[in-house]
Design a protein around this ligand. Structure first.
Ligand code: GDD
Ligand code: MN
Length: 373
């Protein structure tokens, strides 16, 4: 009687996220934003770029920021470098000297402690008077309209964090992961839908903007998850404000080596995020109950922390009944599950589940708050 149970579990594993996806798409995505968006809103913006050994990309990154169609006098850039050994800070100094019409400040840490500590160091030393802080990665490319289109959402006081949608860049160099953008479009759609409803618990480091005072109100970005995007954004949502992903700003992320390892590490950060963030907000006395975000949070938490293990259990039951009972039907079900791997979306889904499972096992040993590739 193991097969019916295995089938039921598989049904839950696939059925729940599918139902959520179609529900969110139908009910939430098509709605207009419930607040005013002001195209002419022009706050002062500070862009923080954390770097560790980014000599290969940093110049292009700075050019990208330079090309933003936003008044240069309203922008400043802080590059915070953690003891890079490939000459990154020297390249930044040289570039800044050649582009003196943009205010660029270079902060240097003596030792590498990780991305989030570096960003916090920059926030502590931030002398600029910007209202908005934007975080970005050296391997992220913004279209020239990105900054202008992101800040317009801040015209509404309730909006305290805004992130862009992302797609992968240079996929032609990585044919083996040419699937990644399918995975992206599924997630982008879901995140935007959640945002229209209220807020999304997952934000994107390639471009995330915060109303600056919120970062200080939460006591800077906590360091327990290693991410600088989803965790501060969700804290903001738990504090009772909007933390949204928008669809009209799409930034490109460069695919680097060891993409699988990266994905596992990001999954590690996300799992820690879903296990700890709500408690963190409550302990600090910042929590304000909001039914809409509670529902979204609980579903996403379940999808990231529990749901992968339901698939594992289903698989284990089939294997068990195959070994213990020489069950033909188990064999057929396993073959059927494997042959579905021919379908792209299914394959990508399974890969993501695998990342989440490896990530939760790895978290028992090391949280990978500091990473090398
Ligand atoms: N200053 C400093 N110190 N910067 C660092 C350090 C560090 O110790 N480690 C990494 N960085 C910089 C990188 O140079 C890069 O600009 C940025 O942080 C992101 O690092 P990546 O190596 O590109 O990692 P990622 O793309 O997988 O990171 C993404 O996932 C994280 C969540 O797991 C990003 O989107 C992050 O923003 C996100 O928080
Ligand atoms: Mn990156």
């Amino acid at each position: 009687m193991l097969e019916p149970l295995a089938l039921l579990l598989a049904f839950i594993h696939f059925g729940f996220p599918l139902t959520y996806y179609f529900y969110a798409k139908k009910k939430w995505l098509s709605k207009p934003w419930s607040f005013r968006v002001d195209e002419n809103y022009r706050p002062r913006v500070t862009i923080i770029v954390p770097t560790y050994n980014e000599a290969r990309l940093i110049k292009e990154k700075l050019e990208d920021i330079y090309k933003q169609d936003y008044p240069r006098g309203l922008m400043d850039v802080i590059v915070v470098d953690s003891a890079s050994v490939d000459g990154t800070p020297e390249l930044v100094e040289k570039w800044a000297f050649e582009h003196r019409d943009l205010k660029v400040m270079l902060l240097r840490e003596n030792a590498r402690q990780g991305m989030v500590p570096a960003i916090n160091y920059a926030l502590r030393n931030n002398v600029s008077n910007g209202d908005i802080v934007m975080l970005t990665d050296a391997d992220a490319y913004w279209p020239p309209s990105a900054l202008r289109n992101i800040v317009k959402y801040f015209a509404n006081e309730d909006v305290k964090a805004v992130t862009a949608s992302i797609v992968y860049h240079n996929l032609e160099d990585h044919p083996n992961i040419s699937n990644e953008n399918v995975y992206r479009s599924y997630y982008n759609l879901l995140r935007v839908a959640e945002s229209k409803k209220y807020a999304t618990p997952i934000h994107n480091g390639p471009l995330i903007a915060f109303r600056k005072n919120l970062l200080y109100e939460m006591g800077l970005i906590p360091e327990y998850t290693g991410n600088d995007d989803s965790t501060p954004a969700s804290i903001i949502a738990f504090m009772g404000y909007r933390a949204i992903q928008v669809e009209d700003v799409v930034v490109k992320e460069y695919v680097r080596r060891s993409q699988f390892r990266r994905r596992v590490r990001r999954a590690q950060h996300l799992i820690l995020h879903f296990l700890k963030t709500k408690k963190y907000v409550k302990e600090r006395g910042l929590y304000r109950h909001n039914e809409e975000f509670e529902v979204i949070w609980n579903i996403e938490q379940w999808l990231h922390v529990v749901n992968p293990w339901i698939l594992v259990t289903s698989f284990a039951l089939l294997i068990l009944s195959l070994i213990a009972n020489y069950s033909i039907s188990s064999f057929i079900l396993l073959i059927a599950g494997a042959s579905l791997l021919k379908i792209r979306v299914y394959r990508i889904w399974i890969l993501q589940q695998l990342c989440l499972i490896i990530a939760s096992i790895k978290n028992l040993r090391s949280k990978d708050i500091l990473w090398h590739e």
